[in-house]
Design a protein around this ligand. Structure first.
Ligand code: MSP
Length: 528
C-alpha cells in the first residue's frame, strides 16, 4: 500500500450509544455521519473496519419517558430504536455492529466486568448526597448549576436532590495511573482543548462515583445486591465491548475483546468527555482491560447559539432535512462546514447556499461542461493520453499531484472539513482553468492536441475530487465515476478500486468511453 495510506492494520470506531428518550435529532446524526466518514475512508484504503453504534436504553430518563408515554420501557425502546436505524439507513451510514444495551448478552458482559472490579476491591457501599440531572444522568456539583438548581446543559430542567445508599466505584484509586497515561499518551484525548479540560479536572482530585441506584427499576440488578440497579453509564460504556461479539460468540469478556479491542477511537460530543476520558479508562484499568487509543470530543451543533438537544426541544429534524435535501447534502454540510471539535451553527439559508455553490456549481458544473466538450470534440471518449503526457507545469496536474498527501493526512487526523476544503479549492481551480484556456476557441483554431490535454486534465481533476470526497458524498461520487465510464459502487463494502492509484492524480484511463452528462447534484431551493 502507498505510504500515504492509513498506517493501521485495522480500524475500530464507536459513536456514543444514543439515549432513546426520543427520536434522533441532528446532534446524534452529526456524530454518526462523522464516524461514518472515518470508516468509509479507511475502507476505501483497504483497511478492515469495525464501526460500532447503538442505543443506551436503561436508566431513569428512559423509564420516566416511557411512563409519560404510557408504554412499557421495553416497548418504548423498541419503537425509538427503529427510528434510529431508519435514519442511519437514510443517511447511508454503514455501521458494522449496532448494540442495544437491553440485549441479554450485554447483561452477561456487564456482570463479568462488574465482578472483575468487585474482585479488585474497587466497589463499595456508601451514601450519595447531591444534585442529580436526570437529562444528563449525572450528579452535578452545586457550583456548576444555574440558579434554581437548573442544569447548565439542560437549562429548562431542575436537578433533583438525592440522599441515598449507593455503591461507589473507587475512581480516586486511579488518579496517578490516569495521569501517567495522559502524560505518556498525549494523543489519547483530542482535540487539545478537550485534553486540557480533562487534565484540569483530574488535577483537582478524583472522587469516587456512585454506580448504583435504588429508585430506578429500569436497569440491570446489581449482581451482589438486587435491590440496586446499575447506574446507566456503567452499563452503557460496556456496550462498546458487547458490540464486538460476533453473533455466535459466547458472551464473555475474553471473546468480546478477542479481535477488535482496543477501540481505535471513541468519537463523542464534548458533554460526555469525562465519562469517556476519565471514568471509562479507570473502569478498564480496574478490570484489567487495555484502554482505547483515542477519545475525540467534537463540538456542539447550535441553533440560535444554544445547544440543540432533545431535552431543550430546539432541534432540527434530520428526517425532514434528509427527505428534502438528500443524504449527500446533509452529510456534506455538517462535515465541510463545521470543523470537527468546534461548535457550529445550523442555518438553512447557509445550508442551501453552500451546497449549491460547492456541489451544484463548482463540482457538478465542472463535470457537466467538460463532458459535453468530450462528446463534441473527442467522440465521447477520454482523450488518448496518460498523466505522463500532460506537461509537468500544467496547473491542474501540479495541484492534483499535491492534493493526496494533505487530504489523506486530514482524513487520518479527523480534519474532515480541511480535507473537503482542500479538494474544493482544486475543483474551483479547474473551473478557472477551463475558463482561461477556453478549449472551444482552441478547437476552432484547429489545436486539437491542446484541447485534449485540457479536457484530460480537467476530467482527471474531477475524478480525483470525486474519489477523495467519496467518504463524504458517496452517491455523488458514484454518479461522477459512472459518467466518467467506470463501473464502481462507493456504497459497496468492497470498493474495487486501488487506493494507491485512485487517490493520486492520473488514474483516468486513456480512451475510456464516457456517458452523457447528467447533473450529479440538483440545485436546492429554499422552502417558500
Ligand atoms: N447515552 C449517552 C452516551 C452513552 S455512550 C456509552 C448520551 N446519549 S445522548 O443521546 O444524549 O447523546 C449522544 C451524543 O450526541 C453525545 O455525544 C452528545 O454530545 C451528542 N449531542 C447531543 N446534542 C448535540 C448537539 N446539539 N450537537 C452535537 N452533538 C450533540 O449522552
Amino acid at each position: 500500500m502507498d505510504s500515504i495510506a492509513p498506517q493501521k492494520q485495522t480500524f475500530s470506531i464507536t459513536t456514543p450509544l444514543y439515549y432513546v428518550n426520543d427520536v434522533p435529532h441532528i446532534g446524534s446524526a452529526y456524530t454518526t455521519i462523522a464516524a461514518d466518514v472515518a470508516s468509509r475512508y479507511h475502507r476505501l484504503a483497504g483497511v478492515p473496519v469495525m464501526f460500532v453504534t447503538g442505543t443506551d436504553e436503561h436508566g431513569q430518563k428512559i423509564q420516566r419517558t416511557a411512563e409519560e408515554k404510557g408504554r412499557s420501557p421495553q416497548e418504548h425502546c423498541d419503537l425509538i430504536v427503529s427510528s434510529f436505524q431508519a435514519l442511519w439507513e437514510k443517511l447511508d451510514i454503514q455501521y458494522n455492529s449496532f448494540i442495544r444495551t437491553t440485549n441479554p448478552r450485554h447483561e452477561a458482559i456487564v456482570k463479568e466486568f462488574f465482578q472483575r472490579c468487585w474482585d479488585q476491591g474497587d466497589i463499595y457501599l456508601g451514601q450519595q448526597k447531591g444534585w442529580y440531572c436526570v437529562a444528563c444522568e449525572e450528579y452535578k456539583e452545586e457550583r456548576d448549576l444555574l440558579d434554581g438548581h437548573r442544569c447548565a446543559i439542560h437549562t429548562n430542567r431542575e436537578a433533583e436532590w438525592r440522599d441515598e445508599a449507593n455503591y461507589f466505584f473507587r475512581l480516586s484509586r486511579y488518579q496517578a495511573q490516569l495521569e501517567a497515561h495522559y502524560a505518556s499518551n498525549p494523543e489519547f484525548i483530542q482535540p487539545e482543548i478537550r485534553r486540557n479540560e480533562v487534565l484540569n479536572f483530574v488535577q483537582q482530585g478524583l472522587q469516587d462515583f456512585s454506580i448504583s441506584r435504588v429508585n430506578v427499576s429500569w436497569g440491570f440488578p446489581l449482581p451482589n445486591d438486587p435491590d440496586h440497579t446499575l447506574y446507566v453509564w456503567f452499563d452503557a460504556l460496556l456496550g462498546y465491548v458487547t458490540a464486538l461479539l460476533a453473533p455466535d460468540d459466547e458472551p464473555t469478556l475474553d471473546r468480546a475483546i478477542a479481535q477488535w479491542w482496543p477501540i481505535n477511537i471513541h468519537l463523542i460530543g464534548k458533554d460526555i468527555l469525562r465519562f469517556h476520558a476519565v471514568y471509562w479508562p479507570a473502569m478498564l484499568m480496574s478490570a484489567g482491560l487495555p484502554l482505547p487509543k483515542r477519545v475525540f470530543g467534537h463540538g456542539f451543533l447550535t441553533k440560535d447559539g444554544q445547544k440543540m438537544g432533545k431535552s431543550l426541544g430546539n432541534t432540527v429534524d434530520p428526517f425532514d432535512l434528509v427527505a428534502r435535501y438528500g443524504s449527500d447534502a446533509v452529510r456534506y454540510y455538517f462535515i465541510k462546514e463545521i470543523e470537527l471539535g468546534r461548535d457550529g451553527d445550523f442555518a438553512e439559508t447557509r445550508f442551501v447556499n453552500i451546497l449549491n455553490a460547492d456541489l451544484a456549481n463548482d463540482l457538478g458544473n465542472l463535470l457537466n461542461r467538460t463532458l459535453r466538450m468530450v462528446h463534441k470534440y473527442c467522440n465521447g471518449a477520454i482523450p488518448n493520453l496518460s498523466a505522463a503526457d500532460i506537461p509537468p507545469d500544467d496547473a491542474l496536474k501540479v495541484a492534483g499531484t499535491g492534493l493526496s498527501h494533505p487530504v489523506t493526512d486530514a482524513y487520518n487526523a479527523f480534519a474532515f472539513s480541511h480535507a473537503c476544503n482542500a479538494i474544493l479549492d482544486v475543483v474551483r481551480m479547474g473551473n478557472k482553468y477551463i475558463d482561461e484556456k477556453a478549449p472551444w476557441k482552441l478547437y476552432k483554431e484547429g489545436n486539437h492536441e491542446a484541447v485534449e490535454h485540457i479536457l484530460y486534465s480537467v476530467l482527471e481533476t474531477v475524478r480525483q475530487a470525486a474519489y477523495l470526497l467519496s467518504p463524504v458524498i458517496p452517491n455523488i461520487s458514484n454518479r461522477i465515476y459512472r459518467q466518467l465510464g467506470f463501473s464502481v459502487d462507493f456504497q459497496s463494502s468492497q470498493i474495487p478500486l486501488n487506493f494507491a492509484s485512485h487517490n493520486q492524480w492520473g488514474a483516468l484511463p486513456a480512451g475510456q468511453i464516457v456517458e452523457n452528462p447528467e447533473p450529479v447534484f440538483q440545485r436546492l431551493e429554499l422552502p417558500e
